[in-house]
Ligand binder design. Structure first.
Ligand SMILES: Cc1cc2nc3c(=O)[nH]c(=O)nc-3n(C[C@H](O)[C@H](O)[C@H](O)COP(=O)(O)OP(=O)(O)OC[C@H]3O[C@@H](n4cnc5c(N)ncnc54)[C@H](O)[C@@H]3O)c2cc1C
Ligand SMILES: NC(=O)c1ccc[n+]([C@@H]2O[C@H](COP(=O)([O-])OP(=O)(O)OC[C@H]3O[C@@H](n4cnc5c(N)ncnc54)[C@H](O)[C@@H]3O)[C@@H](O)[C@H]2O)c1
Length: 451
């Protein structure tokens, strides 16, 4: 029976990083993967999504170009070119991940891993033992039990559809639903976003959510709030979607983006003492240790923050804790200061507390906010706006939240996240000279609090 110091289940963002780093620290490592290398992010997540977002922006850009003197006539979009080029890029990245593992000396075991307990794992009828095991098995789209759910597709299918649908109903109001509705709308698909709550993007700052709602409407997405899908039926070439048992929508595709569930199918957790939390995620302590000795879990499957950089950071932290020297690693993940972006049109990006968080935690705070038409759009008929918002703790002058809606918001907020990790104050913002004319300079020219 082959024995390893570390056996990692899942070669996605977290698993590849943990394996590679552990091997570089001298451990004998194997990683098990049953699908394609790179996991969700590379194959059906961040990468194809962002490429589709880029693709969807050209239509507006061509239109805006007219106000700058460019004539671009007979523009048309060929879905198959985007889809095939994207799939080629994914295959290239699969290869890169394979070489990364090989160069690090990590053994790749292709197949489904099943835990047998006491450090034993079965892969394709062979048994392996390991001193430590890390579960980095990620998640899978969750589709609620609605009559006709078999007609719906999810983020797993959308990037390889044979044809771009002429119309689509996207269900959900979180990251994926808003991003998908935005890129489909940008590609010219008649897009309906169906959300059960009253305001999309729960958890983000309320001003940002409100503004995003307006921007999506302004760009032509049909929003159906406080609406639940009660049935999906096949109706000729289309699907008939019933909302709240009364309203009917007809579209070529129905895309569910109603969250993801930890991928624990046939993993053999019943052979261990692993415990799950109320959302079905694996419970771990501050060292990523499950209730079973020497069995750890990281990434989406622990349900802390389902983001690639978080899975990477957890993987790196854990590998160092297990095989590195004391204080050699990056240290624990600073979850409250993890920045994030939603790649809608325009983008949203955020780091730190929302205004509601600040209120709920009892901080005495000031809000600085500006909303304006960005210079590149001043010659055009676009109604797109930018919003920047900064929340400051009055007692310490520390910046505790930065939020933005606008083109490339993630590129701007990334730098502000560095500043916030370093404990930046509003006085530091005020002292900083802007780069003119940019959108980002607005963050350092906010002088008067709005509340
Ligand atoms: C549509 C979409 C867009 C996204 N966009 C972004 C984004 O823009 N930015 C961002 O930061 N995050 C984004 N995410 C989230 C990001 O993809 C995840 O947070 C990240 O991939 C989690 O990494 P992980 O290592 O935990 O799991 P995964 O990357 O999901 O990897 C888990 C791997 O384990 C394998 N596996 C599972 N069970 C077994 C088993 N029993 N045996 C063998 N192998 C197994 C799976 O096949 C998979 O390859 C997006 C997600 C989706 C779905
Ligand atoms: N840009 C990014 O970084 C990015 C992009 C995509 C996904 N992600 C990650 O992936 C995770 C999963 O994305 P997601 O959009 O699927 O999840 P999400 O949690 O962001 O949103 C799920 C949405 O589905 C709704 N919903 C849940 N159950 C429902 C039901 N039974 N009926 C109707 N609506 C229901 C929720 O109210 C919510 O609006 C995200 O939380 C995020 O961490 C990140």
């Amino acid at each position: 029976m082959e024995t390893y110091d570390l056996l990692v289940v899942g070669a996605g963002s977290g698993g590849v990083r943990a394996s590679r780093v552990a091997a570089s620290l001298g451990a004998k490592v194997a990683v098990v993967e049953e699908r394609a290398l790179g996991g969700t992010c590379v194959n059906v997540g961040c990468i194809p999504k962002k490429l589709f977002v880029y693709a969807s922006q050209f239509r507006e850009q061509f239109e805006r170009g007219r106000s700058y003197g460019w004539q671009a006539d007979n523009i048309r979009f060929d879905w198959s070119v985007l889809r095939d080029n994207t799939q080629r890029e994914i295959q290239r990245l699969n290869g890169v991940y394979g070489r990364v593992l090989e160069n690090a000396g990590v053994t790749l075991l292709q197949g489904h891993a099943q835990l047998l307990g006491n450090g034993r794992v079965r892969v394709n009828d062979r048994e392996y033992t390991a001193g430590r095991i890390i579960l980095a098995v990620g998640g899978w789209p969750f589709v609620p039990d609605v009559p006709g759910r078999e007609y719906a597709i999810t983020s797993n299918e959308i990037f390889s559809l044979p044809e771009l649908p002429a119309s689509a109903v996207v269900v959900g109001g979180g990251y994926i639903a808003c991003e998908f509705a935005s890129f489909l709308n940008g590609m010219g698909v008649e897009t309906h976003l169906v959300y059960r709550g009253e305001l999309i993007l729960r958890g983000f700052d309320t001003d940002i959510r409100q503004m995003m709602l307006e921007q999506m409407k302004g760009k032509g997405v049909h929003l159906h709030l406080e609406s639940d899908v009660t049935e999906i039926k096949s109706e000729g070439a289309n699907l008939a979607v019933t909302l709240n048992a009364t309203k009917l929508l007809s579209s070529e595709a129905v895309i569910y983006a109603t969250g993801r569930k930890p991928l624990l199918d046939d993993l053999g957790i019943e052979n261990t003492s692993i415990e799950l939390d109320g959302n079905g995620a694996i419970s771990v302590d501050q060292n990523y240790l499950t209730a079973e000795p020497n069995l750890y879990a990281i990434g989406d499957v622990i349900g802390r923050m389902e983001l690639t950089p978080v899975a990477l950071a957890e993987g790196m932290d854990l590998a160092h804790r297990l095989f590195g020297e004391t204080n050699g690693g990056p240290g624990p993940v600073d979850y409250p200061l993890v920045p994030t972006a939603v790649f809608t049109q325009p983008n949203i990006a955020t780091v730190g507390l929302t205004e509601l968080d600040a209120k709920n935690t009892g901080v005495n705070y000031d809000v600085y906010r500006a909303s304006f038409t960005p210079l590149p759009l001043s010659l055009t008929t676009s109604t797109e706006k930018v919003m920047v918002k900064v929340i400051v703790d009055k007692s310490s002058d520390k910046v505790i939240g930065c939020h933005m809606v606008g083109a490339d918001a993630g590129e701007v907020i990334q730098g502000l996240a560095v500043a916030m990790s370093a404990g930046v104050t509003k006085a530091d913002f005020d002292r900083t000279i802007g780069i003119h004319p940019t959108v980002a300079e607005e963050f350092v020219t906010l002088r008067e609090p709005v509340s």
